[in-house]
Design a protein around this ligand. Structure first.
Ligand code: SAH
Ligand code: SF4
Length: 428
């Protein structure tokens, strides 16, 4: 099994390779290494992560060739337009033509109910297919420490929660868990933790170097706020991705939810990460207490203005050991509407269907993928720790990871999606 299809390099300029995938050209940038026309490479998130020999590439391509076109055909059938029209049809049509939606139109989308919902999700799915085709990247996520110096009101591993078993994985344990994730086929892996100063900048940089010496994978850091200098060194060590949400575009709400922290610092850091060259995933929480539809629209527009490589947003799932234990969980439809609206507002974006959304219903993952989503994460944290990485209820399962991978791949195939990340079609 494999989460990337090798591309054959057909042209190169100073920083970019153009690759062929069964007749389709895609681009990816390279940060290190040298490439020649005719080389076979793996790209993740628009970055070349490794080179492979022709001998290794040919059998993988053979395995994919038939499936590549079958999946596209299935996706095309499932994305077909429904016949019925509704008051939101003109809005969807405008988004399909890349027109900028007004705020009122966005509000109308977030207010859709009843049978118009299906039309909205279909429209968003069709835009996803027409703009980005059927690739759906599947990243692994490895949670290496649940210690956190912060006390975010929504989060189960906040420093104020005395009722969880804390853990930290040491370097050897992390490296072993990374080896295992890579052996399962992951080509992109997120290293996540609470904001844990136990790991010095130097420790993290050494860890990234060790991982990248061994593995041609796209490594994302999701470790909260560190200095720009630290992130630059992590990038230079070979971690080209960063996952850092701004959580909310509303200053007052942010300061309430993240005591002692300022939203502007987080935003400035996200901008710094983009400037450094990171592939950035960012976004917000849906369902913060007091968050209005207008806030949510601002959240989507702020994410868009940051021009991230991926949107990462999802429902806030109240955790019993937090001050937000009794707030209402957003409905699945509300969370799906946010995905669909994002697809309408930023048609070419990558939108993650988050694990938090998956907890809302057994078919939430499928619904997220059919409402405009085109990216997934699978938790690869060793079971001994994953139950303690308790950001929100329902997050960890007893299911073996191999079973989760199998189920996810089956779901993707049934929806005509290729569990792979090709290069990108534009220079976004
Ligand atoms: N400490 C790092 C990374 C771990 S937290 C950081 O904060 O960036 C990763 C994400 O989990 C946060 O960005 C937050 O949006 C999400 N999260 C925390 N508590 C949650 C909850 N109760 N429900 C849903 N998502 C939650
Ligand atoms: Fe810590 Fe991140 Fe949770 Fe905030 S959201 S308490 S920073 S782990």
């Amino acid at each position: 099994m494999c989460y990337a299809i090798p591309g054959k390099v057909i042209s190169i300029d100073s920083k970019t390779v153009t690759m062929d995938y069964f007749g389709e050209a895609r681009k990816a940038i390279f940060v290190t290494g040298s490439y020649e026309v005719g080389d076979y490479v793996y790209a993740q998130g628009g970055i070349v992560v490794s080179k492979l020999s022709e001998e290794d590439a040919i059998p993988i391509l053979k395995m994919w060739e038939k499936q590549f076109f079958e999946l596209k055909a299935r996706d095309a059938i499932l994305s077909e337009q429904s016949k019925f029209e509704s008051p939101i049809s003109p809005i969807i049509k405008r988004a399909e033509k890349d027109e900028t939606l007004s705020r009122n139109e966005m509000l109308a989308i977030l207010s859709v109910e009843g049978k118009d919902l299906e039309l909205l999700f279909q429209g968003a799915n069709r835009i996803r297919k027409n703009k980005l085709d059927n690739a759906c990247c599947v990243h692994g996520i490895l949670e290496f420490s649940n210690y956190c110096q912060n006390n975010c009101l929504y989060c189960g591993i906040r420093s104020g929660n005395a009722n969880i078993k804390r853990y930290r994985m040491n370097e050897t344990q992390i490296l072993e868990a990374v080896d295992h994730s890579v052996s399962l086929g992951f080509k992109a892996l997120v290293l996540q933790s609470g904001e844990d100063p136990f790991y010095s900048d130097e420790m993290l940089i050494a860890l990234v170097k060790k991982i990248r010496e061994k593995h041609g994978i796209l490594l994302f850091m999701s470790i909260g706020e560190r200095s720009k200098d630290c992130y630059k060194k992590l990038f230079d060590a070979g971690a080209y991705g960063a996952l850092l949400r701004f959580e909310t575009s509303n200053d007052l709400l942010y300061e309430k939810m993240r005591p002692g922290r300022k939203r502007i610092d987080r935003i400035n850091l996200i901008r710094d990460l983009i400037e450094i060259g990171f592939i950035v995933a960012t976004g917000f929480l849906i369902g913060l207490p007091g968050q209005s539809k207008d806030d949510l629209i601002n959240d989507i527009l702020l994410t868009k203005s940051l021009k991230p490589d991926m949107y990462s947003f999802g429902p806030l799932i109240p955790h019993p050991e937090t001050p937000l234990s009794s707030i209402q969980t957003p409905s699945l439809d509300d969370a799906l509407k946010a995905i669909a609206l994002t697809r309408l507002v930023d048609p070419e974006s990558k939108i993650l269907v988050t694990s938090a959304l998956e907890t809302l219903s057994p078919d939430a993952k499928k619904k997220g993928l059919m409402a405009g989503g085109n990216s997934l994460m699978i938790n690869t944290t060793p079971k001994a720790y994953s139950t303690s990485y308790d950001l929100y209820p329902g997050k960890s399962t007893e299911r073996p990871i191999t079973e989760t991978i199998k189920n996810t791949i089956e779901l993707l195939y049934s929806l005509g999606r290729a569990p792979t990340d090709l290069g990108v079609t534009n220079d976004r």
